[in-house]
Design a protein around this ligand. Structure first.
Ligand code: 5AD
Ligand code: SF4
Length: 450
């Protein structure tokens, strides 16, 4: 009997897809996997939604505005779909894992044909065949049973790759929707991860970023015996791997062993993202973060003293419902004391079904004022840290053309500093030496050293 795969073999020829991603790095990577699967079927990518035969929105739930943006963008396709019923419109990702957002899409957005979750991306071809066969909307957020498969994914480019080492989260920070949207924590088997990394290096990838919501608890609940520092050490020893990064680390279980592994392996990048969320021990307790100000400071200082050139980055939420002016000042104090190189700052937003959503929010004007004061505290330090690079020659992996000037390329140092340098496009994907001459709070600029 003819399989669906055979039946639709020619259907995808000449067809185009367009994908929009809302959200975090994990989600960006999921979009890359989706793109890989679609290109494998025969679709070609397009940046123009109007000419796309398949329009996808891959969503994230971590912050509220993404949800509103999604509904707006999906609605704007109503007319396009009415005029071209053959176009397929799909919404996937975290947001679809939760019943509320899924109900909005399924209930109010007839233009959407296909809804899938974060756990069944590998089954996408089957979902598409199901839709083509029936012409009926397909909603499927089940789990596929191939999570450990060694799958070759489409990556950001052909020299930098992301590798998932775990999914989900068990931490239940009071404000965070991830444990609901991505489910309980599961670690991928070390053998599958190592095989994927080795394969990527064989193919010429120079930089690998390991992804997980809380990489420090890798292996905790698993039936194999491997910790994150051990895994990182093993991957860093793969012959030919130039740069190894990872994200995200929860401060509560950042071990000395991990610091040692970073220190002892030159190819593990000297950059650490350590989300603080708040500097107030009281707010941290309310957030269920399981560390206090003292512990955060101790961990941050240990990292910096053990690895002197390390750049430190963080996430901070302003205006958590129980945050008083005094609590907020504690956050500013810790920022000054640690001296971050970079920070992602967020105004608190209530997320459905989280514990914090039941609390009375703080007045917007107060939150905005605190947010502005936080940036006023952070930016001068970013600038100071970047200024220290002036006069130094650094190794940079060139990533792309600069958005504003096509003679300029951008790349990153080992410490994740964004570098601007005049260089020929042909150098994208290579390591070059750059002598730093100038800086802002967010970038450093320099000249190629022959
Ligand atoms: N409101 C604001 N920021 C949030 N984050 C997660 N949930 C929320 C929320 N409800 C931020 C945290 C986290 C980052 C990925 O997003 O700082 O570390
Ligand atoms: Fe969310 Fe906390 Fe898990 Fe991070 S550790 S994903 S903030 S619940």
């Amino acid at each position: 009997m003819e399989t669906l795969k055979e039946k639709y073999k020619d259907y995808f020829k000449g067809k185009k897809y367009n994908i929009t991603t809302f959200g975090c790095q994990m989600n960006e990577h999921d979009s890359e996997r989706i793109s890989y699967i679609l290109e494998d079927l025969g679709y070609k990518k397009t940046d123009d939604r109007k000419e796309a035969d398949f329009i996808l929105f891959n969503t994230c739930l971590v912050r509220e505005n993404a949800e509103l943006k999604l509904y707006g963008q999906v609605s704007s396709l109503k007319k396009l779909k009415a005029e071209n019923p053959d176009k397929i419109i799909s919404v996937s990702g975290c947001m679809m894992q939760t019943s509320t957002a899924r109900e909005v899409i399924v209930g109010k957005h007839d233009e959407v044909d296909l809804v899938f979750g974060t756990k069944n991306i590998n089954s996408l071809p089957d979902l598409i065949y199901r839709y083509l066969e029936t012409g009926e909307r397909v909603v499927d957020i089940s789990t596929d049973d191939v999570k450990d498969d060694f799958v070759e994914y489409n990556n950001k480019n052909d020299f930098q790759a992301y590798v998932n080492i775990m999914r989900g989260c068990d931490n239940f920070c009071s404000y965070c929707i991830v444990p609901q949207s991505r489910g309980r924590e599961e670690s991928r088997r070390p053998s599958a991860i190592l095989a994927e990394c080795e394969h990527l290096v064989d193919q010429g990838f120079k930089e690998i970023t390991l992804l997980g919501q809380n990489v420090n608890s890798y292996g905790n609940k698993a039936d194999f015996d491997m910790t994150f520092p051990e895994l990182l050490d093993r991957i860093s020893k793969i012959e030919g791997l130039k740069r190894l990064r990872f994200t995200t680390s929860h401060p509560k279980d950042l071990s000395d062993e991990l610091i040692e592994v970073i220190k002892n392996n030159d190819n593990i990048c000297k950059f650490f993202h350590l989300p603080m969320q708040s500097g107030s021990s009281k707010v941290l307790k309310d957030m269920n973060r399981k560390y206090n100000q003292e512990k955060y400071l101790e961990r941050a200082k240990k990292l910096k003293s053990e690895i002197p050139d390390l750049a430190l980055s963080t996430d901070i939420i302003v205006g958590y419902p129980t945050e008083t002016e005094e609590d907020f000042e504690e956050t500013l104090k810790v920022c000054r004391e640690v001296g971050f190189d970079q920070a992602f700052t967020f105004k608190y937003s209530p997320r459905p079904k989280t514990r914090a959503a039941k609390l009375e929010p703080i007045d917007d004007a107060i939150v905005q004022d605190r947010f502005d004061r936080l940036l006023d505290t952070l930016y001068p330090t970013f600038n100071e840290k970047n200024k220290k690079y002036i006069g130094k020659t650094v190794e940079v992996l060139l990533e792309s053309e600069s958005k504003n000037n096509d003679e300029v390329l951008t790349g990153r140092t080992d410490t994740f500093k964004l570098v601007h340098v005049k260089a020929d496009k042909s150098l994208i994907g290579s390591f070059v030496k750059v002598k730093i001459t100038d800086n802002t709070s967010f970038t450093i600029t320099g000249e190629l050293v022959e």
